[in-house]
Design a protein around this ligand. Structure first.
Ligand code: HEC
Length: 118
């Protein structure tokens, strides 16, 4: 029972995390990319709750394109890494493009707040 309540809370939290990043002006492909990202990547790349440990992947934002590495970001999503699954068998290239289009709209998260001293 507790488990069911917990997973319900996670769905709500995930939805909120996605909603928080939803700019009003997302195009249809960007919205599709957001949906795919939240469903398939969020488990590692989105911090869902304040009291849940950070996921094991880095927070992703438009910063990953800073060195103009769009092709390498797409290759990373397609091929994965030793720590991340590859998605080339799961997604069409257009779906990877949509995720990349969406990530370009995501601003980096603010730096963590300083710890409170007691
Ligand atoms: C099982 C956990 C996991 C999942 C699921 C996952 N990733 Fe990752 N990802 C990682 C980890 C861990 C890294 C850190 C670098 C490394 O060791 O590969 C990473 C790195 C990345 C990077 C490189 C970031 C950088 O700074 O260069 C990109 C881009 C990326 N992931 C995109 C995605 C996308 C898009 C998806 C969903 C389609 C996804 N990941 C799903 C774990 C995951």
């Amino acid at each position: 029972m507790k488990q069911i309540a917990l997973s319900g809370a996670m769905v709500v939290a995930l939805t909120c995390a996605a909603a928080a990043q939803q700019g009003p002006g997302l195009t249809a492909p960007q919205r599709e990319g957001q949906r795919l990202f939240t469903q398939h990547c969020g488990v590692c790349h989105l911090k869902i709750l304040i009291n849940v440990p950070a996921p094991n992947g880095p927070a992703l934002s438009n910063k990953v394109f800073e060195n103009g590495a769009e092709a390498s970001v797409k290759a990373r999503i397609a091929d994965g890494s030793p720590n991340m699954p590859g998605y080339k068998l799961m997604f069409e290239p257009a779906q990877i493009d949509a995720i990349v289009d969406y990530l370009k709209t995501v601003n980096p998260p603010p730096p963590p707040a300083a710890p409170v001293r007691r």
